[in-house]
Design a binder for this molecule. Structure first.
Ligand code: ADP
Ligand code: MG
Length: 322
């Protein structure tokens, strides 16, 4: 099992930001309203994620590090109606196999527990006083897979990936207060009051946030809404278009294309708007189980969704400009 964890680690845990992503997603799935992430050296030295979610009892804390130990799928058919972010039950096992982990957790009913793992092996487990929630610290990532370590780029590049993830999660969950601290300096802080425009201001700046307009639209199977920048605000990268399908951040080429189309002639060539878009639809229409990183998604009824998106944004821009 240890070997398969290490193999799985290759696809689930590509870099520090993948660890940040998995840990923060777990915190979200646990119902947290406040999630803090502390990185040292972009996470290569350590990654600490603290949440105030439901936590775990002693048994679940131990189980959480074994492969396919997910508490999130009860029936087989649940796979097709996924609401939580995690469901494969392999992230913690994979992460633990290539790092040193310290976990403190409590479900608020039983006393807390502290577990320490080294390369996936439990080295200690003891009761500890802990409030409801979870605190997990992953250090010396890839210490036993030097090849992986070698392929990682500079600290700044790795940090950039983690910032991107945190920004997306903050946009996807405006009702959760997020904090990202790197080497003691705060890089992102949101207040969790559910106001997307405040999150946009925290990420893209107050001035840009003022130049975002709202859009919305509804068809038989889909609902879309969100914020789109006035055409005067453009970026050289598509990465400023954040798309969430049922709360999950996705990369979807055709949706991005529909957004760009909506701006029509207003957008200079090779320039892209800042957009935050929420798409809601029956989970049956969205096949999330495509890749372990869960970024790609297949959407049914694109011929219904894409025009809906284009129309909604185009209408909002026209109204704002004229
Ligand atoms: P998955 O998220 O796919 O279920 P993981 O390996 O990421 O798998 O986590 C395994 C299990 O550990 C989860 O199903 C959950 O029960 C538990 N867990 C992990 N992180 C947390 C957390 N921050 N709070 C509460 N439970 C957690
Ligand atoms: Mg998970």
């Amino acid at each position: 099992e240890w070997l398969s964890n290490k193999i799985a680690a290759g696809e689930v845990v590509e870099r520090p930001s993948s660890v940040v992503k998995e840990l923060v997603e777990n915190a979200i799935d646990a119902g947290s309203t406040s999630i803090e992430v502390f990185l040292e050296e972009a996470g290569l030295t350590s990654i600490q994620v603290t949440d105030n979610g439901g936590g775990m009892d002693e048994e679940d804390a131990l189980k959480s590090f074994s492969r396919h130990a997910t508490s999130k799928l009860s029936k087989e058919q649940d796979l097709f109606r996924i609401r939580t972010l995690g469901f494969r039950g392999e992230a913690l096992a994979s992460i633990a196999s290539v790092s040193k982990v310290n976990l403190k957790t409590s479900d608020g009913e039983h006393s807390g527990v502290e577990v320490e793992l080294d390369g996936g092996h439990v080295v200690s487990m003891k009761p500890t006083a802990f409030r409801r929630g979870t605190d997990i610290t992953v250090s010396q990532l890839f210490f036993n897979t030097p090849a992986r370590l070698k392929y990682l780029k500079t600290i700044q590049t790795e940090l950039g990936h983690s910032i991107d993830y945190m920004n997306r999660l903050a946009l996807g969950y405006p009702e959760i207060a997020f904090k990202l601290v790197h080497n003691g300096g705060t890089l992102l802080q949101t207040n969790g009051r559910g106001n997307v425009q405040q999150v946009i201001a925290a990420i893209y700046g107050v001035q840009n946030a003022k130049k975002m307009i709202t859009f919305s639209g509804e068809s038989h199977d889909y609902k879309v809404h969100g914020f789109a920048s006035l055409p005067e605000i453009t970026r050289a990268s598509k990465n400023y278009m954040s798309i969430f399908v049922n709360g999950r951040f996705v990369k979807h080429y055709l949706v991005q294309k529909a957004i760009v189309h909506a701006y029509h002639t207003y957008l200079p060539i090779e320039r892209y708007p800042i957009v935050v878009m929420y798409i809601e639809g029956d989970p049956y229409l969205t096949d999330v189980n495509v890749h372990p990183a869960k970024l790609q998604i297949r959407l049914s009824k694109e011929q219904e969704l894409l025009p809906l998106i284009e129309e909604a944004i185009r209408k909002a821009i026209r109204t704002a400009i004229h």
